[in-house]
Write a protein that binds this ligand. Structure first.
Ligand code: ZN
Length: 410
């Protein structure tokens, strides 16, 4: 029931980096953090990972496990619209559950191998992935994805999945209207009503492409001209020249602490004020933005912001799902911005920041007494121990623990 972890360094992040400290774990919780000598007097099982740095488990706050299969079938895409158009066509021709399940398993393995202990999973196949996620042991915020095409009885379907996971403390259910351009305004209102009634968080892709900005302002755009030609019925969306994607959601009364916004790489100064004023949670997926030839988000703004998380997005818009690679990409692209303690900020975004974005920060995301023991340790191979986390692709992970259970120890 009790175990002690001995690690050369522990990064909390609340207390920064501690040297020669140990952690006492009772069942699935962190009971005490104290000096090595004090805790090691106790006669409990010891886990010695001495030349390592122990940190909270990584939180990949935005991923589509089900989209791995798309990668092999995608042609080069010149921009976001071209890419989206290919995804719509590929999904139309697909009805193979086995292929989707294989994608989910592969994606989970890649996540788990690089130190991710929690995922923000976006799922559009009506619970097909639930049993695989349960089996993986990963913690999961499960976002049920809704577009016009599957909106008919989404409320009933989500409640059905809710019953399947009601006894599982590792999975919590949320609602994910796909985007402002794929749902009627009236369906957005239903999503809002449903999430409020059932006390479920909401998430959505927002301000991802420049075309989306033109679309919501009612200007000439490629959603109307290309994407909607592929659909039986184009979504009926309220538009206004004064809207930004964020102001559209504000108009719908959806802007509050229960919403998590994904991407946000095309913001107006007023949007940034709305984010700060409402303390909105934002998940960045920078490699996905670049993959789709969009600009990167305002990294200076989001690295200094308290509720930023990080995600790989799906393999359909990334080269791999290695979360550590996402962290190093973020580091290399932020280096020139002269941000203080940049490596620690990136680690914060990847742990406690992600936990905030998934509404799990009271339970996980930092090493503190009474929090759940979701932990990973990286063997130190560099002068700066943070380099051994950010720049080694997760190949030097020595310990992984989720919910107090050891998943890897070598
Ligand atoms: Zn996404």
């Amino acid at each position: 029931m009790y175990k002690i972890i001995n690690s050369k360094y522990i990064w909390c992040p609340t207390n920064g980096i501690l040297k020669d400290y140990s952690i006492l774990i009772r069942s699935n919780k962190i009971q005490k953090i104290d000096h090595y000598e004090n805790l090691n007097k106790l006669k409990y099982k010891k886990i010695n990972i001495k030349n390592s740095i122990l940190i909270p488990g990584l939180v990949n706050s935005h991923i589509h496990l089900e989209l791995n299969w798309v990668k092999k079938r995608l042609k080069y895409s010149s921009d976001f619209i071209d890419w989206l158009s290919q995804i719509i066509d590929l999904k139309k021709g697909l009805s193979k559950n086995q292929l989707i399940k294989k994608s989910i398993k592969e994606a989970i393995t890649e996540c788990a191998n690089c130190g991710v202990t929690t995922i923000g999973e976006i799922s559009s196949y009506n619970g097909l992935d639930i049993s695989i996620i349960k089996k993986s042991g990963l913690r999961c915020s499960y976002f049920y994805e809704i577009a016009n095409s599957n909106s008919l009885s989404f409320e009933k379907n989500i409640l059905k999945i809710g019953k399947k996971v009601s006894n599982n403390k590792m999975i919590n259910l949320k609602v994910f209207p796909h985007s402002i351009y794929s749902l009627d305004t009236s369906i957005w209102r239903r999503c809002k009503k449903f999430s409020t009634k059932n006390n479920m968080g909401l998430g959505t892709h927002l301000s991802e492409s420049l075309e989306e900005i033109k679309f919501i302002k009612g200007k000439k755009n490629k959603f109307d001209n290309i994407i909607f030609n592929k659909l039986k019925k184009p979504p009926r969306v309220k538009r206004k020249s004064t809207f930004t994607p964020l102001k559209y959601l504000e108009d719908l009364g959806i802007i509050n602490e229960n919403i998590t916004l994904i991407h946000m790489n095309n913001l107006s100064p007023e949007d940034k004020n709305i984010i700060k004023k409402n303390q909105l949670k934002v998940v960045l997926c920078p490699r996905s933005n670049l993959f789709l030839n969009e600009k990167l988000p305002d990294l200076k703004f989001f690295l200094d912001y308290h509720s930023t998380g990080l995600g790989t997005d799906g393999l359909s818009s990334n080269n791999d799902l290695n979360f550590v690679n996402e962290m190093s990409f973020l580091y290399l692209n932020s280096k020139k911005l002269n941000i203080e303690n940049l490596k620690e900020k990136i680690l914060s975004i990847s742990t406690i920041g992600g936990a905030k974005c998934l509404g799990l920060d009271k339970k996980i995301g930092s090493i503190e007494e009474n929090k759940i023991a979701d932990l990973i340790a990286f063997e130190i191979k560099d002068q700066d121990p943070f380099d051994s986390i950010i720049f080694r692709e997760g190949k030097n992970i020595r310990l992984k623990m989720i919910d107090g259970k050891i998943k890897k120890f070598q």
